[in-house]
Each structure stands twice: as structure tokens, then as C-alpha cells.
Design a binder for this molecule. Structure first.
Ligand SMILES: [Zn+2]
Length: 419
């Protein structure tokens, strides 16, 4: 299939240019001035914005089912006394529908790639494959009483099945507070043996850092360094409570950090030192976390917070720019997740792109579109989302393998049942 997008404001190489984009099959094959060519479908962008789709570098999409279930409480009470209990009632089929709702919400909001962390893998993979979204799927989260050998067999089974174009595996160790040092070592060894990257929630709360210091006599990054975790290519979610020495360790090992500001604010966890990470050269990406702690899968909301929170805490509006934040939400995320040639509008790159309406009262005048993307646009302005050359959302219509009304009805019923 060949698409010709014409008359667009294109975000490419850090600036806005007017012109056309051609997509052939899964690739962007032309970015430049207006051209006359034939195509299967010609789309007049009418001066609106064509930009890379967002990479949501940390999500638990099926938690859409738990949206609003436990609000206004701290992380420990929220997770152990509410979320983990509700999750015990979920069946594999429930998770399938929750994943579908999460995918619908994300493609509606211009998200083209996700890092997914949840359980009931067969159903999640089924939903991901049906939808056509790009995903790095985290395995195994926890051990669930599995011994060393069982865990290796479990991982072998999925790692082989997942090594495809759109879905890739990552060894996901939930956190240092839910896994023992022995379990973490098993996962690190597996990751090294199979040349797989690793991911983890890290230093999300002050309590986690305090507990780690008491138990291990070191901070969470020092602990990961000690057990060899950071020798692996790694992606670390949150990283809220870190001093300069902790950040230096992550920078030295080339670890990627995923900041999730909405989740950190809503759970009262704190504000991540993004500016300090930027200064030390850490690859910073952005994630929504799950919709039980956010409660939206919306990268526009996250971008605004990433752009503004450190300005407020450091009393300096010049420390982070709009384009730096857009890079975090697009190409930095693609780099962290190992999706080569994704996250930018460039010839030869994967056709993961979105169209965003610029003709709205909150967008006009469009004299600084890059600034508007971060400070004034919203996810509801996205009107087309393409992943790998396939349109998954366009003007209210979803093309994700399930009827949107059926997804709404199933999810309503599931949440009613588990509550
Ligand atoms: Zn999370």
C-alpha cells in the first residue's frame, strides 16, 4: 500500500517544514517539497501537523480495567491493599479486553509503540498481534513460586515466540522490592545468556530507597550495579529519588530512564530530577505508567509535565525546551526500546506517524508549532495514527481487530464483576 500525505506541516530533524510524506508498505520513502506522484491513497493534510507517533516507554495497558478503582492513596496502600487484590480476580480473557481498551486509548492518543508490562501473556500477545501496534513486552514480572528451571523454560517459550518485527521481548524484573536478590540474579543471567535487554521500576518512592539502604547498605542504582543488572542494556522506570552520584552510575552504564510524571504526582511519589539526568547525558524517555495510577494513557499530558515540573522545582524556565521533550516522547523512547529506524519522520524510517489537527482555538496561531505540541495541543487533536504503514485510527474509526463498542461493553462488565 502506498500513501501520499501532501500539504503537511512536518516535524522532521527537530524543525517544522512544509511539504509531503510518502509511505510505501512499512517505510517512509519520501520527505520533502510537494511532488506529483501516484499512490493508492492520497491524503490532503490541509496544513495540519504530521509528526512521529509517540513511544510510551512504560505502560500496564490492561490496568484500564482498574481505572478509578483506587485513587487518592499512597503507592504502598494503592498497590498492596487494592491493586494486587483486584488483579487476583482477573481472568486471561479479562486481560485480553483490558489490553484492547488500552491499545484503543493509545492509538487514539497518537501512541504508536509501547513498552508493555502485565501478566497472562498469551492473551496480551493475541491482542497486540490483532491490533498491529508496536510493542516491547516485558517478561516475567514476578516468579509466582517458579523455580530457576521452570522460569528458564517459561522465558524460552515466550522469547522465541516474540522475536518479530512488531513485538519484541525484554526481561522485565518488576522491582527490587518484589523480587529477591537470587531471583534478580537468575533474570540477569538469563538476559546475558540470551543477549536480551532488561527493565525495572526503580527508586520510585522514598520508602523504596530507604528500605534498600537498610537492607543492602546502598542506594537502588548501587544495588543494581552490584548484582550486574546494569551490565545489561537496561531501561529503568520512574527514577524519582536519586542524587547526582546515582544518576552518574546510570549515565556511566548507558541505562535508559523512563519518567512517568503523572503517576509520580498522583501517587504522591515525588518529582524526578530530569534536568540533572539530562545534564549527565542519560537517555530520558517518557511513559504513562498504568491507567490505575495516572489515569490516562496520554503522552501530551506527560510531555507538559516533563517540560514544566523541573522548571518549577529549580525556579528556572530555561532548563528544558519543548523540542527536547518531544524527542524524549518519540526518538529517545524508540532507542531505549530497541526499535531501530523508528521515532522520526525520515526517509528509510518505519512509517509510525500521526496527524494532528492544528485548526482549533487552542492551537491558533500556529507560529510556533513545536511549542504548541508540548504546551497547547492535546491527545484529542490526533486524527490519524499509522503504525508500520497501517492506519490503526482515523477520525473516530478504530482499525485494531476488535469493534470499539464491543471493547467498551466487555470492559464495563469485567470491572463491575471484579469489584
Ligand atoms: Zn509501572
Amino acid at each position: 500500500m502506498k500513501f501520499h500525505f501532501f500539504n503537511a506541516n512536518i516535524l522532521t530533524s527537530g524543525e517544522i517544514v512544509s511539504g509531503d510524506v510518502v509511505v510505501e508498505n512499512d517505510l517512509i520513502t519520501y520527505v520533502g517539497k510537494h511532488i506529483d506522484i501516484s499512490a493508492d491513497r492520497k491524503i490532503d493534510v490541509e496544513g495540519n501537523l504530521l509528526m512521529p507517533g509517540f513511544v510510551n516507554a512504560h505502560s500496564h495497558s490492561p490496568m484500564t480495567l482498574l481505572r478509578g478503582v483506587a485513587d487518592d492513596m499512597n503507592l504502598k496502600e494503592w498497590l498492596f491493599d487494592n491493586i494486587f487484590l483486584a488483579e487476583q480476580k482477573l481472568t486471561p480473557k479479562d486481560v485480553y479486553w483490558g489490553e484492547m481498551l488500552g491499545i484503543a486509548e493509545q492509538v487514539r492518543a497518537g501512541i504508536t509503540s509501547i513498552e508493555e508490562c502485565y501478566f497472562y501473556y498469551d492473551e496480551i500477545i493475541n491482542a497486540l498481534k490483532k491490533s498491529g501496534i508496536r510493542c516491547r513486552l516485558g517478561l516475567p514480572s514476578t516468579f509466582n513460586d517458579m523455580k530457576d528451571k521452570e522460569m528458564k523454560a517459561f522465558l524460552d517459550n515466550y522469547v522465541e515466540a516474540l522475536d518479530g518485527e512488531l513485538i519484541k521481548p525484554v526481561i522485565y524484573a518488576h522491582s527490587i522490592y518484589t523480587l529477591s536478590e537470587e531471583e534478580l540474579s537468575i533474570l540477569v543471567d538469563y538476559s546475558a545468556k540470551h543477549k536480551l535487554p532488561m527493565s525495572m521500576h526503580l527508586a520510585e518512592t522514598l520508602k523504596e530507597v530507604g528500605d534498600c539502604t537498610v537492607k543492602n547498605d546502598c542506594t537502588p542504582p548501587e544495588f543494581l550495579e552490584k548484582i550486574g543488572f546494569l551490565d545489561r542494556p537496561s531501561t529503568l522506570y520512574h527514577c524519582v529519588h536519586m542524587d547526582k552520584d546515582d544518576i552518574r552510575i546510570l549515565a556511566d552504564y548507558g541505562a535508559n530512564v523512563v519518567t512517568c510524571p503523572s503517576s509520580n504526582l498522583k501517587l504522591g511519589s515525588g518529582i524526578a530530577p530530569i534536568y540533572s539526568m539530562k545534564e549527565q547525558g542519560v537517555n530520558i524517555c517518557i511513559g504513562t505508567d498504568g491507567p490505575a495510577s495516572n489515569n490516562r494513557l496520554d503522552m501530551f499530558k506527560e510531555m507538559f509535565l516533563v517540560a514544566t515540573l523541573n522548571k518549577a522545582t529549580l525556579y528556572d524556565a530555561s532548563i528544558i525546551s519543548a523540542i527536547e521533550v518531544i524527542d524524549m516522547a518519540t526518538k529517545n523512547g524508540a532507542k531505549a526500546l530497541g526499535f531501530d529506524n523508528c521515532g522520526e519522520i525520515k526517509e528509510g524510517f518505519k512509517a509510525d506517524l500521526i496527524l494532528v489537527n492544528l485548526k482549533t482555538p487552542h492551537s491558533i496561531p500556529n507560529n510556533n508549532i513545536i511549542s504548541n505540541i508540548v504546551y497547547s495541543l492535546s491527545s484529542q487533536d490526533v486524527y490519524l495514527t499509522m503504525v508500520n504503514g497501517k492506519i490503526l485510527y482515523e477520525n473516530g474509526n478504530f482499525n485494531i481487530g476488535e469493534d470499539i463498542e464491543a471493547i467498551y461493553e466487555k470492559c464495563q462488565k469485567i470491572t463491575k464483576r471484579i469489584l
